[in-house]
Design a protein around this ligand. Structure first.
Ligand code: HEC
Length: 123
């Protein structure tokens, strides 16, 4: 939805208008089927990531405690992939002590927001 709002703000050029109309008609087609789907918000995710940056935002993606281990780089990773990974840590399907503890406190909406935030390309 944020995408649509941004596109319509840009809708000065004909190309942007066509994109907007295209995106809107896609949206209308997709909505009934996904009415219950949670939509992630990168802005909301940016406010929820304070407990992630300690591990996922450090240089070289390594932690120093309790032992030196590598943390996967999640910035730029696919949104759907991150949501499913977080759900898998929460359910125990994936096991990792830190990620299990972290994901246990996340709601489905939190996961969607965080995934939207991390998926967003940054400079
Ligand atoms: C204590 C360090 C730590 C914290 C805090 C942490 N993570 Fe992780 N995270 C890891 C490690 C280590 C892995 C790799 C675990 C494994 O091998 O399965 C991981 C894996 C992941 C993955 C899967 C990556 C992949 O490529 O499969 C996602 C997504 C993720 N973390 C998101 C988050 C989010 C979102 C937060 C904040 C809510 C967070 N993590 C907080 C250490 C951390």
């Amino acid at each position: 939805m944020h995408f649509l709002i941004q596109v319509s703000r840009l809708a000065m050029k004909p190309v942007a208008k066509i994109l907007t109309i295209g995106a809107l008609s896609l949206g209308f087609v997709a909505l009934p089927a996904q009415a219950s789907t949670i939509v992630g918000s990168a802005e909301a995710g940016a406010k929820k990531n304070s407990m992630c940056i300690g591990c996922h935002g450090i240089p070289e993606y390594k932690t120093a405690f309790p032992v030196l281990y590598r943390v996967p780089k999640i910035a730029g990773q696919s949104e759907a992939y991150m949501v499913s990974a977080l759900k898998a840590y929460k359910s125990g399907e994936r096991s990792h002590p830190s990620m299990k503890a972290v994901s246990a406190s996340l709601s489905d909406q939190d996961m969607a927001d965080l995934a939207a935030f991390y998926a967003k390309p940054r400079k």
